[in-house]
Structures are given as C-alpha cells and as structure tokens.
Design a protein around this ligand. Structure first.
Ligand code: COA
Length: 161
C-alpha cells in the first residue's frame, strides 16, 4: 500500500479559509471573528492537518492568561473530516499541542465538549484529560445544550531559588 504523509501546518491569513471550511463541515456552531483572531494569535497552538495535500483536520486553540499569571491553553475546536478519522490525525494534532504545553511550562489545557459527544470524551480521556465540571445550557442552538469542562493539568516545574 502507498504510504500517505500526514503533516501539520500553521494558520496564516493566507490559509485561514481552510479552517473556516473545515469548521462549517465539522461543527454545528458558527464561529465568529474573535475565534479566528484568537486562532491566528495562538501561533503554533493552532494547526491544520494534511492527508497528503488535502486539508482534513485542525486544532484551534486560544492562549489564556490566568489572574495568577499562569498561562493555559483553551482548545476551541479539534476536528477531523469523517472519512479521515481513525488514522491517527486527531492524535497527531492533540499530541502536538500537549508537547508544546510541556515544553513551554504551561499549567493546563481545557475545553468544552457537548455532554452527548461520547467519541470525543473517550478520545480526550486517553490523553489524560478529566471531566472537571458540567455547565448547563452552555450552548444556545444545539441539543443537548449542556457541556462538560474537560481538563488536563501539567505538573509545574519550580523556578530555582
Ligand atoms: C475526536 C476526533 C477529532 C478524533 O480524530 P481521529 O483522527 O479520528 O483520531 P485518531 O485517528 O487519532 O483516533 C483516536 C481514536 O478514535 C477511535 N477511532 C478509531 N477509528 C475510528 C473511526 N473510523 N472513526 C472515529 N473514531 C475512530 C479510536 O478509539 C482511536 O483510538 P486508537 O487509535 O487508540 O484505537 C474526531 O472523531 C472528530 O473530528 N470528531 C468530530 C468533531 C468533535 O467532536 N471534536 C471534539 C470536540 S472539539
């Protein structure tokens, strides 16, 4: 069988349309300008995934600063087009972000997932994420309207005295 290359690429003004097209296909939610501005501002934390030269998935993150000064990563979306699922592309996208967090001493990654999205919940649990909260009526246009907060915390390296 022919080997297919799966590669990741950053988002820029020139290719942000790819992310928009994926989101329309993948999610029942319309994302606003702030979503795309946050994705562009996150730098390496937002990536498109290519199956050979076809754009088939993406992870889009927002970099957040807590009151304590600690930085955390919010996964706004992670999705792979249905025909390309089960090939390790979602794993590659999520591992990329987890690796960056470890390298940059980031304290946690979190996201919201609709309570009926069993596939995504079990996917995140495999990477050490845990459900930490339930938010009722988080979504206004989809059923069920509730979401879980799903989180992965990283042990912080202490600064030397
Ligand atoms: C969650 C999601 C991103 C996973 O992407 P993926 O590319 O299928 O992930 P992987 O190929 O790395 O597979 C991960 C696991 O999915 C399961 N899986 C295997 N084949 C699959 C298939 N054909 N379809 C779906 N899931 C499959 C397996 O449990 C696999 O783990 P394993 O390889 O250890 O057996 C993808 O299912 C998706 O886009 N879902 C819709 C969007 C969504 O709900 N996103 C999450 C909310 S932000």
């Amino acid at each position: 069988m022919k080997q297919v290359t799966i590669s990741l690429d950053g988002v820029r003004d020139k290719n942000i349309m790819q992310l928009k097209k994926l989101n329309v296909t993948l999610f029942p939610v319309r994302y606003n300008d702030k979503y795309y501005a946050d994705a562009l501002a996150s730098g390496d934390f937002t990536k498109l995934a290519y199956y050979s030269d076809i754009c088939v998935g993406a992870i889009a993150c927002r970099v957040e600063k807590k009151e304590t000064g600690a930085v955390c990563i919010y996964i706004m979306t992670l999705g792979v087009l249905a025909p390309y699922r089960g090939l390790g592309i979602g794993t590659k996208l999520l591992n990329h972000v987890i690796d960056l967090c470890s390298k940059q001493n980031i304290s946690e990654i979190y996201l919201h997932v609709q309570t009926n999205n069993d596939e995504a919940i079990s996917f995140y649990k495999k990477f050490g994420f845990e459900i930490t909260d339930t938010i009722k009526n988080y979504y206004s246009n989809i059923t069920p309207p509730d979401c879980y907060v799903v989180k992965k915390s990283f042990p912080q390296t202490q600064a030397k005295k």
